[in-house]
Design a protein around this ligand. Structure first.
Ligand code: DC
Length: 226
């Protein structure tokens, strides 16, 4: 039996990881898993229930009551938190402003990583996140590390948020991004870093189609070699 194929896409916030990961999964007929959505759903639970995530015992107790499920429907990932559809709420600023902090907590990471590894046991998947190539699937056959210039990332994110009716300035979005980059790269537990065998994709000046072509070619080259 051939082993299932895992593609890990890591990188900074708002680099377009999910756009490319989704397109790639569709192109290759793989399953797409948005690992960030899982941290976001957990963050929403902590915020709603006023849980102090600095208190390890409290976190361990709370984790028993957090059940996150991802349902894939065509291009859309529906995120369920204890059976409630929270797909939209987890993208809003209260969660965005706190998720990096929540995802520094060791116990939370442990629970999410376990769930993610389970998802990649038997199926061909494309998973995006921060530690997929380094911690979740260090043996992934293909690893991509995405990056783009901060201002370009902020402008892209600003447009997305504006379309959803959120009132923010580019400056605020940029500040939020920088703060998240700092949290993500300096945290103690599996910080965001490029895996040694990951290939860098700087998409500052690339269209989504060009990015897809770049990654599909990496995949094809690997297939040709085997
Ligand atoms: O990809 P995203 O912006 O939806 O991720 C939300 C947050 O979750 C991000 O600030 C960092 C964290 N995260 C993480 O620590 N590890 C992952 N594998 C995915 C996301």
């Amino acid at each position: 039996m051939p082993k299932n194929f895992i593609i890990a896409i890591d990188g900074y916030s708002s680099c377009g990881k999910s756009t490319i990961a989704k397109a790639l999964a569709k192109h290759l007929n793989f399953i797409y898993v948005d690992s960030g959505a899982m941290y976001r759903a957990a963050t929403l639970y902590f915020l709603r229930n006023n849980i102090d995530w600095h208190d390890h015992d409290v976190v361990i107790e709370a984790l028993k009551d957090i059940h996150v499920e991802l349902h894939l429907e065509n291009d859309y990932t529906q995120v369920l938190l204890n059976d409630e559809d929270v797909s939209e709420e987890i993208r809003k600023m209260p969660v965005s402003n706190n998720v990096s902090k929540v995802s520094t907590i060791k116990e939370i990471r442990k629970a999410m990583v376990k769930l993610q590894q389970k998802m990649g046991k038997t199926k061909n998947i494309v998973m995006d996140g921060r530690d997929i190539g380094t911690t979740v699937f260090p043996d992934a056959q293909l690893k991509v590390f995405m990056t783009a210039q901060p201002l370009i990332r902020a402008e892209r994110r600003y447009k997305e948020l504006k379309a959803k009716g959120e009132e923010l300035t580019v400056r605020e979005v940029l500040d939020n991004l920088k703060e998240r980059d700092h949290e993500d790269t300096t945290r103690e537990e599996s910080p965001l870093r490029k895996a040694d065998d990951a290939i860098i994709l700087d998409n500052s000046h690339m269209t989504p189609d060009q990015q897809l072509e770049f990654v599909v070619n990496l995949y094809k080259n690997l297939q040709d070699r085997n």
